[in-house]
Design a binder for this molecule. Structure first.
Ligand code: NDP
Ligand code: 8X3
Length: 261
């Protein structure tokens, strides 16, 4: 196991769910953090909580990853010590809607494509040259089972995660020989704010997604990310597909509704 003490991790989408849980996990290993999201107040609270517990440095950036100019500016204006980014966790992302393709909202499609695909590219394009300059790094993209399979109503969200899968593989090929590792973590059903966002704030509908099963929690995914980043330098964990015990594929989920409240 490799120490990540005093390294620097940049996490997008750190204000909630997997990103927030990863911040705690990496902080517990002594890793310094650059946390990015649009909700700065949330980042501040997370940062305070982390700093109370761990003696690491945290740098916060309020940023919408869909804005290429602002992404470029934020990364180029990092203080010199923060430019030595060891780990990039491309986690910011979302799903909007579960409509059939013939009924989909164009605004939902654009938001997903702009965030999950273009946002990931903008951040990566800004950070990778710094990693090359620093002679190494590790990128972990957060894909999904939706990047390996499609399911009814998943259309554009699945397409964006298939694109993430393609980009992970492409990054790995293009960056070969640069001392930069590229990995993906592809979760199945995980209870975060994901479904609340997908259903535009409808919490009842979001809750029903996880009815009758114990889903993954954010920390389970953070655990996988921590594992990937702490392997010995010669080891590249290329992919982790992680399901809750009750899931076998996007379409095969065992629900014991007698156990539901
Ligand atoms: P959450 O909704 O809990 O977290 C999403 C995070 O992404 C938030 O911190 C949000 O911050 C950030 N984000 C969204 N849009 C933007 C933006 N335009 N700019 C910057 N940050 C943004 O969901 P999860 O933690 O579940 O999702 C994290 C990733 O995991 C996503 O890529 C998702 O697709 C993927 N995933 C989720 C699964 C699940 O079942 N939960 C399963 C498989 C993959 P803010 O709103 O403050 O900007
Ligand atoms: C999130 C998992 O199955 O809701 O990426 O698409 S799923």
């Amino acid at each position: 196991m490799k120490s990540i003490k005093s390294k620097i991790a940049l996490i997008t989408g750190a204000s909630s769910g997997f990103g927030e849980a990863t911040a705690y996990r990496l902080a517990s290993q002594g890793c310094n953090l650059i946390l990015i999201a649009r909700r700065l107040e949330r980042l501040k609270k997370i940062s305070e909580k982390i700093k109370r517990k761990y003696s690491i440095d945290v740098y916060l950036i309020k940023l919408d990853v869909r804005n290429q100019k602002k992404v470029e500016k934020a990364i180029s204006e990092l203080p010199p010590k923060w430019k030595k980014i060891d780990f990039l966790i491309n986690n910011a992302g979302l799903s909007r809607g579960l409509d059939k393709i013939q009924n989909g909202l164009l605004s939902d499609w654009e938001e997903m494509i702009d965030t999950n695909v273009k946002g990931l590219l903008y951040v990566s394009r800004a950070v990778i040259p710094l990693m090359i300059k620093n002679n190494g790094g590790h990128i972990v993209n957060i894909g999904s089972i939706a990047g390996r399979e499609v399911y009814p109503g998943g259309n554009v969200y699945c397409a964006t995660k298939h694109a993430v899968d393609a980009l992970t593989k492409a990054f790995r090929i293009d960056l070969l020989g640069t001392n930069i590792k590229v990995s993906t973590v592809d979760p199945g059903l995980a209870e975060t704010e994901f479904s609340i966002v997908r259903f535009h704030g409808d919490r009842k509908r979001a809750k029903a997604v996880y009815e009758g099963l114990i889903p993954l929690y954010a920390d389970d995914v953070a655990d996988a990310i921590e594992y990937i980043l702490t392997r010995d330098d010669n080891v590249l964990i290329a992919e982790i597909l992680i399901f809750p015990k009750a899931q076998a594929s996007s379409m095969h989920v065992h629900r014991d509704l007698k156990k539901s409240t």
